[in-house]
Design a protein around this ligand. Structure first.
Ligand SMILES: Nc1ncnc2c1ncn2[C@@H]1O[C@H](COP(=O)(O)OP(=O)(O)OP(=O)(O)O)[C@@H](O)[C@H]1O
Ligand SMILES: [Mg+2]
Length: 346
């Protein structure tokens, strides 16, 4: 499938504040694509730029093969759902949804039919005569979505659409969003600062930090093969051990040596190990075994998360809680095993 959006060397500044720095992203047609990054990193700015509410100082923005930088928002065939929904309070659900079509002078009977279609898609048929204040947060969210998809944009832009909802409803709306995406097959760009949300919903993610794209890829690839420490840390807990590597053997300069790594020699690198890739067991291969001392433990339901002192450094180790496993206590000495195959050097 081809690309529907090409973002090329985009730069945006507000005065001296350089907010987007040489941003390059290609988005495939029908993708569910997410902009992920901490607050203030430029996600909304890029989304608004795509929608046409923001200007870049340099670069190109191509939607469906056409350079659109000079086009007005309504000439771009994209639909933006704002974080705060911005429903019209004095209009019913049906009117909120039909308004955009009326502006476009779509014939009345077609409007009625399309409004009913999207109401059914978002499961709001019975509430069409209600006003926004008579709806729950999740229902308002559905109306905001319906209002945008009823005009059938080529690209759907969603700015933190779930952030006003409580945890349970968020999870439910995530699933509904994905189902809607599957049904409509519409290219969607989703903005969030929540890594778990991004992982659960996206085909591909672009990770932002301070206006610079750090890495683009599928969630699992980013998690397993981060290009830098920012990406590694942003996508979940990870142990970072500083040291050097020579001929496949990493050393922290202390007692920690790990052999059989695939990486080039370096005097200044980091070994990255996820907490689930360190095990409480002793293998025969001494170069993968280490002595540790339990510092603390945290019960998280399906896992027990330990902080363990190894070679002068506290490392996080996750152990599956199956009900029969040994539970360690504070100050207990343990043998741990680090698998070089699931460790990474950067
Ligand atoms: N109209 C504006 N004028 C001046 N500075 C702005 C303007 N809009 C955004 N900024 C600044 O640009 C930077 C990026 O803002 P942006 O809204 O894109 O961040 P974000 O990644 O969406 O953050 P959040 O997760 O908090 O929504 C911030 O430093 C912000 O203060
Ligand atoms: Mg934002």
């Amino acid at each position: 499938m081809g690309n529907i959006i090409n973002i090329k060397n985009i730069n945006v500044s507000y005065g001296k504040n350089h907010v987007l720095k040489d941003v390059n992203i290609d988005i495939k047609e029908k993708d569910f694509f997410t902009f992920l990054g901490p607050s203030g990193c430029g996600k909304t700015t890029l989304l608004r730029l795509i929608a046409g509410f923001e200007q870049s100082q340099s670069g190109e923005l191509i939607i469906d093969g056409k350079e659109v930088s000079k086009l007005n928002p309504w000439e771009r065939d994209v639909g933006l759902v704002f974080q705060n929904y911005a429903l019209w309070p004095h209009m019913t659900v049906a009117k909120n949804i039909s308004f955009g079509l009326e502006e476009k002078k779509v014939p009345k009977n077609e409007i009625d039919q399309r409004v009913d279609e999207v109401l059914e898609l978002v499961g709001m048929q019975d509430l069409k005569q209600r006003y926004p204040f008579q709806l729950s947060g999740g229902q308002q969210q559905r109306v905001a979505l319906a209002r945008t998809i009823v005009v059938r944009p080529k690209v759907l832009l969603l700015d933190e659409p779930l952030s006003n909802l409580d945890a349970k409803l968020r999870n439910q709306m995530r699933i509904e969003l994905l189902e809607l995406h599957n049904k409509l097959q519409i290219t969607t760009i989703f903005v969030t600062h929540d890594q778990e949300e991004a992982n659960s919903i996206s085909d591909n993610i672009a990770i932002f930090n301070e206006g610079v794209i750090q890495q683009v890829g599928a969630p699992i690839d980013l998690y397993n093969h981060p290009k830098n420490l920012f990406v590694a840390n942003f996508l979940g807990t990870i142990n970072v051990i500083k040291g050097k590597i020579s001929n496949g053997t990493f050393s922290d300069g202390n007692d920690f040596k790990l052999e059989k790594l695939k990486a080039d020699n370096s005097d200044n690198c980091s070994l990255l190990v996820r907490p689930q890739n360190i095990y409480f067991e002793k293998k025969n291969d001494s170069d993968q075994n280490f002595k540790g001392k339990i510092q603390s433990k945290e019960f998280l339901g399906n896992i027990i998360r330990y902080q363990v002192l190894i070679s002068g450094q506290v490392m996080t180790i996750d152990s599956m809680h199956e009900g029969k496993e040994k539970i360690y206590s504070k100050n207990e000495d343990v043998d741990v095993f680090v698998n070089p195959e699931t460790s990474q050097v950067i």
